[in-house]
Design a binder for this molecule. Structure first.
Ligand code: 6PG
Length: 260
C-alpha cells in the first residue's frame, strides 16, 4: 500500500466530455451507442474489445438494452468482460455486481463463458480475492504495463465514490496494485476494486449518473475539479482522469447544479 503523499495528484488537465440528456433511458441509449462504436473499432483494430462493467443500479438499464436488439450486432465472441469492482459476496448474492450483470446482460448474449472474468468474491479472504483478480488481469493483459481497457464503465455515488474507491478509504492511496480489497467504513464491509492506475489507463471511461441525488456531487466533481485544494479524500470521482477519453453521461436531474 503506497503512502498518501506518494499518490500522484492528477496532473492532467480535466476536460471531461459532459453529455446532458433527458433521462435515464437517454443515458442508456447514448451509452449503448458508445459501447457499439468502441467495440467495433477495437475489434477491427486489435481483434478484441475489453470492457470493465460498473456495478450498482444505474448500469442495469444499459445492460438490459445491450441484451436486446441494441446488442444484436455486437462482436460478443471478441468481447472480454471484466468488473470494475465487486462486493465481497458470492455471485449468487443479491448484492453481487456479477449477478446483476449476468441477469441483465451476460446470460442473454452469445459471449463465450471464458470471455467473462468475474471476481471470485466468494473467497473468504478479500485480499486473496483481489490477488486472484489481479493475477487474472496480468495473465490476460500481460505482466508489463498497466492494462488499458478499451472501455471502463463507472458510476458515482452521492458521496463522490466511484467503483469501490470511497471517500477516506485506504484504497484511494494505492497506485501500484491493479486490484485491491478496500475496507468501506460506511458499509462496514470489504469491496474488491480496480485502482487508480487501471482506471486512469483506460482508452475511455464512461460515467453514467442519473437523478437529483447526484446533482450536488456532480457540481463538485465537474465544476470544481481543478481547485488546488481539491481533496481526493473527499471527492474520489474527480480523480478519474484517463489517458484516453472521459465521458460523463448524465441526465437533466443530475445536471441541475452544473455551472459549466
Ligand atoms: C457498486 C458500484 C458503485 C456505483 C455507485 C453508483 O459496486 O456499487 O461500483 O461505484 O457505481 O455507487 O451506484 P448507482 O448507479 O446505483 O447510483
Amino acid at each position: 500500500m503506497s503512502s498518501p503523499e506518494s499518490v500522484p495528484k492528477p496532473s492532467g488537465a480535466f476536460h471531461p466530455q459532459v453529455r446532458v440528456v433527458a433521462d435515464k433511458d437517454a443515458i442508456f441509449s447514448a451509452a449503448a451507442a458508445e459501447w457499439t462504436v468502441r467495440a467495433q473499432a477495437a475489434v477491427a483494430a486489435r481483434g478484441r474489445f475489453t470492457v470493465a462493467l460498473a456495478g450498482g443500479s444505474t448500469p442495469k438499464g444499459l445492460y438490459e438494452l445491450l441484451a436486446g436488439s441494441a446488442g444484436a450486432s455486437l462482436p460478443w465472441a471478441q468481447t472480454f468482460v471484466f468488473f470494475g469492482d465487486e462486493r465481497h459476496v458470492p455471485p449468487s448474492h443479491p448484492d453481487s455486481n456479477c449477478r446483476m450483470a449476468s441477469e441483465a446482460l451476460l446470460s442473454h448474449v452469445p459471449i463465450p463463458p471464458q470471455n467473462v472474468f468475474r471476481v471470485h468474491a466468494e473467497e473468504p479472504d478479500p485480499h486473496a480475492a483481489a490477488d486472484q483478480y489481479e493475477a487474472a488481469l496480468r495473465q490476460f493483459f500481460g505482466e508489463g504495463s498497466v492494462p488499458q481497457f478499451d472501455l471502463i464503465l463507472l458510476g458515482m455515488g452521492p458521496d463522490g465514490h466511484t467503483a469501490s474507491l470511497f471517500p477516506g478509504s485506504a484504497g484511494l492511496h494505492e497506485n501500484a496494485r491493479w486490484v485491491i480489497a478496500n475496507w468501506v467504513e460506511k458499509f462496514a464491509t470489504w469491496r474488491i476494486t480496480l485502482t487508480w492506475p487501471v482506471l486512469n489507463q483506460a482508452a475511455c471511461v464512461l460515467f453514467m449518473a442519473a437523478g437529483a441525488d447526484k446533482a450536488a456531487m456532480l457540481h463538485t466533481v465537474l465544476d470544481t475539479a481543478n481547485d488546488a485544494d481539491a481533496p481526493m479524500e473527499q471527492y474520489p470521482s474527480r480523480y478519474v482522469r484517463p489517458t484516453g477519453e472521459l465521458i460523463w453521461m448524465v441526465d437533466q436531474a443530475a445536471a441541475a447544479q452544473l455551472t459549466r
